[in-house]
Design a protein around this ligand. Structure first.
Ligand SMILES: [Zn+2]
Ligand SMILES: [Zn+2]
Ligand SMILES: [Zn+2]
Length: 334
């Protein structure tokens, strides 16, 4: 049974997920499955996963059989349960919520052993279209407030299956990190009558010292106040609050810049572990349309988040983003 609990002091929700805790491998530091035969995400092993909810099958092959380019399946060990009701539990002081939600895995390729820098631009486009499809599907469930798409690459970044994949966790609440961005973007807009991200794009493209890639529709930069070495943000030039509402015809340009950025990180840092998240406005919420601007954050895991960071929320980053940008720009792309 899962449960969502809100900290009584700050607006921070925590998922209590007993189902996941019973897996002993969750507590192992050697959880990566390297044996190809045991991999649940390889083509031919479809029976190891729950039934697919979406797939890209160019040859119209049957569901849950080989022939797919990308598959989306419910997570076998979900952080949240698909219980029929999403109810808030009332207590005179504490707030909690039953653990309703959706937890899906996007298997990005049938091929084992390739990473995001090896995937083709067309593979990345297929992944982005699957993300869009899943978000549009989540929008139809009024019990859900937010869906976060994320990727864990490498054991140190939390990947428990080696086969490249991303995940989506949809919740009846808006996560703390997103609420914080929404609040700040709203305050900035109220004060300056402009979107803070649009302004950031203007500053970064005219200055150029933190720029690592750009095309007609997207920009990749090293974040000015990077929490981690090589913290990379990808932003659309077109102001759009929701990823799923971004014009689909620009996804090929995003795919190209994603591939390029993953290659730069892979080559400059020797295949670093990293997390990728898509920050987008909450599902169906149109109140942030003018002030919020969706974006992607790529967070390499090259330093330890330790006592000071946990205790203070202040990160110590040993590498200047301007220096990181210079090294990343120098990478030769194939
Ligand atoms: Zn595999
Ligand atoms: Zn904007
Ligand atoms: Zn963000």
């Amino acid at each position: 049974m899962s449960e969502l609990r809100k900290d009584p002091v700050v607006d921070r929700w925590v998922i209590m997920s007993e189902e996941r805790a019973v897996r002993p491998s969750d507590f192992s530091t050697h959880a990566i499955k390297t044996s190809k035969t045991a991999c649940p995400f390889c083509s031919g092993n479809e029976h190891y996963t729950p039934s697919e909810v979406f797939a890209d099958r160019p040859d119209q092959s049957a569901a849950n059989k080989p022939g797919w380019k990308l598959r989306v399946v419910p997570n076998k060990f979900p952080a949240l349960a698909t219980t029929p009701h999403a109810d808030v539990r009332h207590h005179h002081f504490f707030s909690s919520h039953n653990g309703y939600g959706r937890h899906e895995v996007i298997v990005e390729t049938p091929v084992h052993g390739v990473g995001p820098s090896d995937l083709s631009v067309s593979d990345h486009e297929c992944i982005l279209k699957a993300y869009r499809h899943r978000l549009l599907d989540m929008q139809r469930d009024p019990r859900l407030a937010y869906a976060l798409l994320f990727k864990n690459h490498g054991a140190l970044a939390g990947a428990t299956v080696d086969h490249t994949h991303s995940q989506m966790i949809a919740t009846p609440i808006v996560p703390f990190a997103v609420e914080e961005e929404l609040r700040s973007a709203r305050d900035y807009h109220a004060d300056k009558q402009e979107c803070v991200y649009c302004r950031l794009l203007k500053e970064e493209t005219s200055d150029g010292t933190r720029l690592i890639g750009e095309n007609d529709a997207f920009v990749a930069i090293q974040a000015f106040a990077s929490r981690f070495p090589c913290e990379t943000w990808i932003l659309p030039k077109r102001h759009t609050s929701h990823f799923e509402l971004h014009p689909e015809n620009e996804m090929s340009l995003l795919a190209g810049l994603m591939k390029e950025t993953f290659q730069r990180l892979h080559r400059a840092l020797d295949d670093p572990p990293f997390n990728t998240v898509i920050h987008s406005a909450p599902l169906r919420d149109r109140s942030h349309d003018t002030c919020y601007h969706w974006h992607i954050e790529i967070l390499p895991k090259l330093t330890q988040v330790a006592g000071y960071e946990w205790g203070s929320g202040v990160f110590i980053n040993p590498l200047l983003p301007e220096q990181a940008a210079q090294s990343l720009r120098q990478v030769t792309l194939s």
